[in-house]
Design a protein around this ligand. Structure first.
Ligand SMILES: Nc1ncnc2c1ncn2[C@@H]1O[C@H](COP(=O)(O)OP(=O)(O)O)[C@@H](O)[C@H]1O
Ligand SMILES: [Mg+2]
Length: 586
């Protein structure tokens, strides 16, 4: 509750003015039937004059005008309050998700996070808006209606004392039955969004595998599930309106019957008043429908609140999620990565904390500042995982990772990651120009620095060949450049950060060997002071490194130069031989 007040407080004025304006409308609604009674009574008794009816018309129009102002004001302030409320909430959710570690995101799945930030927030926003418009209006109408009805005829009001509880019981029955159906619908929407998002994000893969039919079927599956859940919720809801109308007509029918008796006999059965005429009867009926209408609104609000509550729960989950990688307790803000020396001490890591076999087991490795290190090994042996521990994309389970002799947790995440440039295996570019994408690495870089980084990454030449050069617009994810070009842009982006440690995780796999050799040369010459870690499939990519690490099944099986490993590491020899024979085969 406290959390939600934060989004209400800045807009308190709107949150108060909205319902207040609505009261004006309510007062009007309560007054209108009185005017009607005046005219009808006058007509029946023959006392109605031209002036009298004109005066009633003026009063009605005047009241309608004031009601209109109240209604517009109420809607305006209600909208203003709820839209601002939702915008702030979304901003906070986004900020929170930005702080998520990889593990946090894995837990929710991307699609679910997107649904929560959009659909669920909208759901709550709509509820807040409706709430502001109804929360004083419906009870106001209800109380006003009841007071007026009792004033008109206490005995007739007894009818409502019987029918309304019956109506409420049947409504409660429908709502209680409906709530779980709506929560179920929400999860089906989640599943549908997940299917759509995954498919559209990866539409190129789908098309290249000609799996449109399969994907369509999968979609139809989730669509059918959602339809089913929607139908089930609807099958319950369809009773709401007719049942309400039924009670409305029963009540009205009873009121007309008893009311007519009163009118005909000219007395109230309680003997209180005998001035109950046709006019009073007609306004009484008006109040009855007003009372039932306001009850309808309240039940509708309740119904809606159950949907909104499901969304609130999902939003709370995102906000409550404990971010598992944060600045260490003793993190020193003044400390930055200076040299780029790295050490792994007895490091063990598991993605799933209860799995038996660790992904990395007892890793010990020392990497000198400014050196070039190659890491090679079969896919799935843990290379990416190993280097992810350096910028703390994941935290070790056992042992520690040190940079410049200090535990990585002693640095703030910001300083650590500023010092470590990592080109991920599955890297993406963003929609925007090439320049914008490169500057993403360092927005303060000068043009010269940007060109130099692009040159080192061997991206300069092909970018200049584009008609618009660095101003070329990239599609989402970088779809309009080739795989190799994309990799080089990603490398340039990382270089622009001038990191003390640069990690290339299989980042040149789509680059031809000649260009790759040029990148390596540029690295050696221009990044002499930085520590360079290169994960690769090809021996040629790591051959010249100062040190090569061979990994297998989460363990390091050999460390040395190319020559040394060729001497004493069977695995390295095997990889070497397979690639040589591969070449022969070509
Ligand atoms: N996000 C993840 N969640 C769970 N398991 C993962 C995750 N990423 C990788 N793994 C598993 O960890 C092991 C090592 O993966 P990885 O370090 O990516 O290998 P490599 O980079 O050497 O190909 C693999 O068995 C892989 O299935
Ligand atoms: Mg990998």
């Amino acid at each position: 509750m406290k959390r939600w007040m934060k989004y209400v407080k800045p807009y308190m004025l709107y949150f108060i003015l909205g319902p207040l304006c609505m009261i004006i409308e309510v007062v009007g609604e309560v007054l209108m039937p009185m005017y009607l009674a005046e005219v009808i009574n006058g007509a029946v008794k023959g006392t109605l004059t031209n002036e009298g009816s004109l005066w009633v018309m003026v009063k009605m129009i005047g009241t309608a005008l004031i009601m209109m102002i109240g209604g517009v004001g109420g809607s305006y302030f209600g909208a203003k309050a709820s839209v601002n409320f939702a915008a702030d909430l979304r901003a906070d959710l986004f900020k929170k998700v930005q702080g998520y570690s990889f593990a946090n995101i894995d837990k929710f799945s991307t699609a679910s996070l997107i649904t929560r930030l959009t659909n669920d927030v909208t759901q709550v926003q709509m509820f807040v808006n409706m709430m502001l418009r109804m929360m004083l209006r419906s009870p106001g109408m209800l109380i006003g209606g009841v007071i007026m009805a009792i004033k008109l005829s206490p005995s007739l009001s007894v009818i409502m004392a019987v029918t309304i509880p019956l109506l409420l019981i049947s409504m409660a029955f429908i709502i209680v039955r409906g709530m779980p159906r709506f929560s179920k619908m929400q999860t089906k929407i989640d599943a549908l969004n997940s299917t759509v998002q995954e498919n559209i994000t990866n539409v190129r893969v789908v098309k290249s595998f000609v799996r449109e039919d399969f994907e369509t079927e999968k979609f139809e599956g989730s669509n059918k599930n959602l339809k089913g859940a929607g139908m089930s919720a609807m099958k319950n809801m369809i009773f709401m309106q007719p049942v309400q109308s039924f009670f409305m007509y029963i009540t009205t029918g009873l009121v007309i019957w008893f009311g007519s008796i009163l009118v005909i006999n000219n007395f109230d059965s309680f003997g209180v008043n005998s001035s109950f005429g046709v006019g009073e009867l007609s306004s009484f009926i008006n109040y009855v429908s007003q009372i039932l209408m306001s009850l309808m609104m309240v039940t509708f609000l309740l119904m809606f609140s159950s949907r909104a509550l499901a969304s609130v729960k999902r939003i709370n989950e995102v906000l409550d999620e404990k971010i598992d990688i944060v600045d260490g307790e003793h993190a020193d803000d003044s400390m930055t990565v200076e040299k780029g020396e790295i050490e792994f001490r007895n490091v063990t890591y598991r993605y799933y904390k209860n799995s038996e076999e660790p992904v990395l087991a007892n890793i010990d490795l020392k990497i000198a500042a400014g050196s070039t290190v190659g890491i090679i090994g079969s896919t799935g042996c843990g290379k990416t995982t190993l280097v992810s521990l350096i910028p703390r994309l994941y935290d070790t389970d056992e042992g520690e990772v040190l940079v410049d002799g200090r535990n990585v947790k002693d640095y703030t995440l910001y300083n650590l990651r500023e010092g470590v440039g990592m080109v991920l295996q599955k890297n993406v570019l963003f929609s925007g120009t090439i320049e914008e994408n490169l500057r993403w690495g360092n927005e303060n870089a000068t043009d010269e620095e940007m060109f130099a980084a692009a040159e080192s990454a061997q991206a300069d030449k092909f970018v200049k060949n584009f008609t618009l050069g660095y101003q070329t617009e990239l599609g989402q994810g970088g779809v309009n450049v080739s795989g190799g070009q994309k990799q080089r842009l990603c490398i340039a982006r990382a270089l622009l950060k001038e990191p003390k440690i640069i990690i290339l995780d299989d980042s040149t796999s789509a680059v031809d060997t000649a260009t790759e050799a040029q990148i390596r040369r540029a690295f050696r010459e221009e990044l002499a002071a930085s520590t360079k870690i290169i994960i690769a499939q090809r021996i040629s990519s790591v051959k010249d490194a100062d040190m090569i690490v061979v990994m297998d099944d989460g363990k390091i099986t050999g460390v040395g130069t190319h020559a040394e490993l060729m001497e004493n590491n069977v695995e390295y020899q095997e990889i070497f031989n397979s690639q040589i024979s591969g070449k022969d085969g070509n």
